[in-house]
Write a protein that binds this ligand. Structure first.
Ligand code: PHB
Length: 410
């Protein structure tokens, strides 16, 4: 088999890249280890930065998102018995869209298949080779057979544990890592929303977050031991803990049946550079952020936006300039998102060994962030999504496949 761009991984990064390449007339094959059903049902992230939502919209993927997603114009920070709103619309004139990652994936799969795109499910990549040649190869399995895909370029969008990053020769990547000594216990609840916008809570019992998925399904998290066993938590015990952390005078969460629970570990990780020869790493294959800043899926989208532009220039004009700059352009933004995610995490969680001085500093920080326009503007700017460096924003402006931006509500 032969294609122009071999994409390892059919999550948001891989599928969106395949879509953006298709819009420029560039052929790709997506190889995904999991089944279509798993991809379309697995509960993951849910916050789209304004730029991510706009990109989906402007490449013809916005219809269901507009109907079923919900635009939030701010978030709430709760601490010391107070709940303070940060008004994104007022501060930076931008907003976020709540729309589950698996819904984005559903829309992408549908668009790719309708356009005749090649997406192979249950087709795990086994190895990637000849990265330094002009014909890198991906070996993969399909229906019990070994197959080989010969490409001009390979994109590793197969997540943190995928084979792509491990295919780069030992000693080539610099890795930067931080573990956080806690996890998030996540639940999916069948109940109406308790709040119009997200609530991030700093509480003496630990962090809690109230989010949503739809008018009927709510998503909530509380800080826990990273090795916590979800089955050790009855519904009753979970509600007691959630209510203890988020209730305010006269306000309680609306409870309902818990239809899913899971524990996620928290870490920060960045691999540099994000390219080796003709292999590009994108999304979680290259970097992981703790979920507190809601940046994971958004970084995946911005990586592939840059990559689609770079490959577009290569195929249209034979120019390798943007290919050469891919890693540097992405990493500047990745590190800023890593900083923001680390900062939100540090400000909102209880850390082992926190002394009363440290806790007072956290509260003062939250008080400052919600009380000072300069500080809350910084939060709003980061949360709704930072631009690329100005010079690259100009280059991105030439994306011919983007339709006119929608004006109005967003
Ligand atoms: C979610 O809705 O799953 C969610 C929202 C905000 C976060 C993380 C996760 O920071």
């Amino acid at each position: 088999m032969r294609t122009q761009v071999g994409i390892v991984g059919g999550g948001p990064a891989g599928l969106l890249l395949s879509h953006l390449l298709h819009l420029q007339g560039i052929e790709s094959v997506v190889l995904e280890r999991r089944s279509r059903r798993t991809l379309e049902t697995e509960i993951r992230a849910g916050v789209l930065e304004q730029g991510t939502a706009d990109l989906l919209e402007r490449t013809g993927l916005g219809e269901r998102m507009r109907r079923e997603g919900s635009v939030h114009r701010g978030i709430n920070l709760q601490f010391g018995g107070r709940r303070e709103r940060v008004d994104f619309e007022d501060l930076v004139g931008r907003s976020i869209t709540i729309y589950g990652q698996h819904e984005v994936v559903k829309d992408l799969i549908k668009a790719r298949l309708e356009a005749g795109g090649e997406v192979y499910f249950e087709a795990p990549a086994v190895s990637i080779s000849d990265l330094e040649s002009e014909n890198p190869k991906v070996r993969f399995e399909k229906d019990g057979e070994q197959e080989e895909l010969v490409c001009d370029f390979v994109v590793g969008a197969d997540g943190f544990h995928g084979v792509s990053r491990r295919s780069v020769p030992e000693g080539t990547l610099r890795e930067y890592e931080r573990f956080y000594p806690f996890g998030w216990f996540g639940i999916l609840v069948e109940a109406p929303p308790s709040t119009e916008e997200l609530i991030y809570t700093n509480h003496e019992r630990g962090f809690a977050l109230i989010s949503t998925r739809s008018p009927r399904i709510q998503r909530m998290y509380f800080q826990c031991d990273p090795h916590e066993d979800p089955d050790a938590w009855s519904e009753e015990r979970i509600w007691e803990e959630m209510q203890a952390r988020v209730a305010l005078d006269g306000w309680r969460l609306v409870e309902g049946p818990i239809i899913e629970k899971n524990v996620v570990a928290m870490r920060s990780y960045v691999a540099e550079p994000m390219r080796h020869g003709r292999l590009f790493l994108a999304g979680d294959a290259a970097h992981i952020v703790p979920p507190t800043g809601a940046k994971g899926m958004n970084l995946a989208a911005s990586d592939v936006r840059v990559l689609a532009r770079a490959l577009g220039e290569y195929y249209a004009r034979g120019s390798e300039e943007l290919i050469e700059r891919y890693s540097e352009v992405c990493l500047r933004r990745v590190w800023k998102a890593s900083r923001f995610s680390w900062w939100m995490t540090s400000m909102l969680h209880r850390f082992p060994g926190d002394d009363p001085f440290q806790i007072r500093l956290q509260i003062a920080e939250l008080d400052y962030v919600t009380g000072s326009r300069a500080a809350s503007e910084s939060l709003a700017e980061n949360y709704t999504g930072l631009p690329f460096d100005p010079e690259f924003e100009e280059v991105l402006g030439g994306e011919e496949y983007l339709s006119e931006p929608h004006t109005g509500s967003r």
